[in-house]
Ligand binder design. Structure first.
Ligand code: ATP
Ligand code: MG
Length: 428
């Protein structure tokens, strides 16, 4: 027997039974983004490796060890995108979208990181990201946070909380960096191998360590919040005031730094304790230096990305049904004339009611076999077209889910209207 192949480790199939929940999530996300006038941008999955090295930062986990990088047939170094912000900024600059104007954009799709797969952490995963450009003030920071909060409300997810911090200006960060280096150098024997390396290259990232043995030394580290420059402080204070006035609760977390290098000022993360170790469902922040770094003129930017696998897991845990959407009706056709008429009728009914979900029997079979299939399909009604109905221009309709309901016969051109009102009436 030929050996069956399996999917790549950490890359998941989303089967039809789960797809309904994904669709619901995606539809709600789209509606909420539209409510704030964010526009969709669709970006390639592959970019030049240099884009990520320059934007995310050479000494981040992502660039050091998580990227899927390969040479194409020309020998160019390409990378499967590990996140969406870099590609979004690249596209905006390439097409002049940031020229003397503001932009509110969103994107969705798969991201790729070579991580150790575990619950909530995969090698291909999906994000929806929102990005706003050309607005420097805390008002847009607050808008993005309100948008994400609205999404949780719409999805019925209440076990989420908002963590907030500021990384200050780049000057404040530089001074803070020096402080961190001397603090961690003094406690060198408490640092794990990763953090020792980071001490030279990117000491702020030590605060982001997930290693439990590091948490004590991290907790006692000096906080940037205590030595913020006045401008950053004012930005942060105004953001808090805006969130207060919108009724959005938050916790200040001075240890919150983002995994990527390009953040400054506002950073935030939505977390839940219902998912075990991978509790971050949405993370974002301001990245005012990035656009210049990638060759544009100085423009403010802020954005967030949320992890769809983690949100789907939350929705499933909250008991939201993930069953496949059953068809409204299953069309049974027996006999050659009925089969031909059946295909044409099914097309007509779909014209008349575009939302109709109709499964046409294909593959032949007698009444008994076709009724069995109709039942398995989950359809609420069987539409029956035998020789007799085909000859008389009628169709029989048999409710499959109601105990005492009678079979009826209707003229063929009335069937879709009848189904429509029956389907919109309350389910038995
Ligand atoms: P984490 O701290 O969990 O590694 P991160 O800081 O690397 O997250 P970001 O790069 O900010 O995460 O991505 C935003 C969101 O995307 C995360 O909050 C999470 O919900 C999701 N995410 C990130 N990496 C993965 C992954 N490997 N598998 C599934 N979801 C992920
Ligand atoms: Mg990560």
């Amino acid at each position: 027997m030929t050996k069956q192949l399996q999917a790549i480790r950490g890359m998941n199939d989303i089967l039809p039974a789960e797809a309904a929940l994904w669709q619901r999530l995606e539809t709600t996300v789209r509606e909420v983004l539209a409510a704030y006038d964010y526009q969709e941008i669709r970006l390639p999955l592959v970019e030049k490796t240099e884009l990520f090295a320059r934007s995310i930062g050479a000494v981040t986990d992502i660039v050091e060890k998580e990227m899927y990088t390969f040479a194409d047939r020309n020998g160019d170094s390409l990378t499967l995108r590990p996140e969406g912000t870099a590609g979004c900024v690249r596209a905006c600059l390439e097409h002049g979208l940031l020229h003397h104007q503001t932009r509110r954009l969103w994107y969705a799709g798969p991201m790729f990181r070579y991580e150790r797969p575990q619950k909530g952490r995969y090698r291909q995963f999906h994000q929806v990201g929102a990005e706003a450009y050309g607005m420097a003030g805390p008002d847009i920071d607050a808008e993005l946070i309100c948008l994400s909060a609205r999404l949780w409300r719409r999805l019925g997810l209440s076990a989420v909380s908002l963590q907030l911090n500021t990384l200050g200006s780049s000057a404040a960060r530089a001074a803070y960096r020096e402080q961190l280096v001397s603090y961690f150098t003094a406690r060198l024997n408490e640092l794990d191998e990763d953090s020792r390396r980071r001490l030279q290259t990117n000491p702020l990232r030590i605060l982001d360590s997930k290693n439990p043995t590091m948490q004590a030394v991290i907790a006692e580290a000096p906080a940037l919040l205590d030595q913020l420059d006045p401008e950053s402080l004012a930005h942060f204070e105004e953001l808090k005031a805006l969130l207060d006035s919108a009724g959005i609760a938050y916790q200040i977390n001075p240890r919150l730094v983002r995994g990527l290098d390009y953040y400054c000022q506002t950073v935030f993360e939505w977390v839940t304790d219902t998912l075990g170790a991978q509790g971050a469902i949405c993370a974002g922040g301001r990245y005012d230096g990035l656009i210049e770094e990638l060759g544009g003129s100085a423009t403010g930017g802020i954005g967030f990305a949320m992890g769809l696998e983690r949100l789907v897991a939350m929705l499933a845990a909250a008991g939201q049904p993930s069953a496949e959407l059953a068809p409204h009706a299953y069309l049974i056709t027996v006999g050659a004339a009925a089969q031909r008429r059946g295909l044409a009728l099914a097309e007509q009914w779909r014209d008349l009611w575009p939302e109709l979900r109709l499964r046409l029997n294909c593959g032949g079979g007698g009444f008994k076999a076709q009724f069995r299939r109709a039942d398995h399909s989950g359809a609420r009604f069987a539409l029956i077209l035998g020789e007799e109905e085909a000859g008389s221009g009628t169709v029989a309709i048999k409710p499959l889910r109601e105990a005492q309901a009678e079979q009826i016969t209707l003229p063929q051109d009335q069937a879709s209207a009848w189904l429509r009102s029956a389907a919109l009436a309350k389910t038995p």
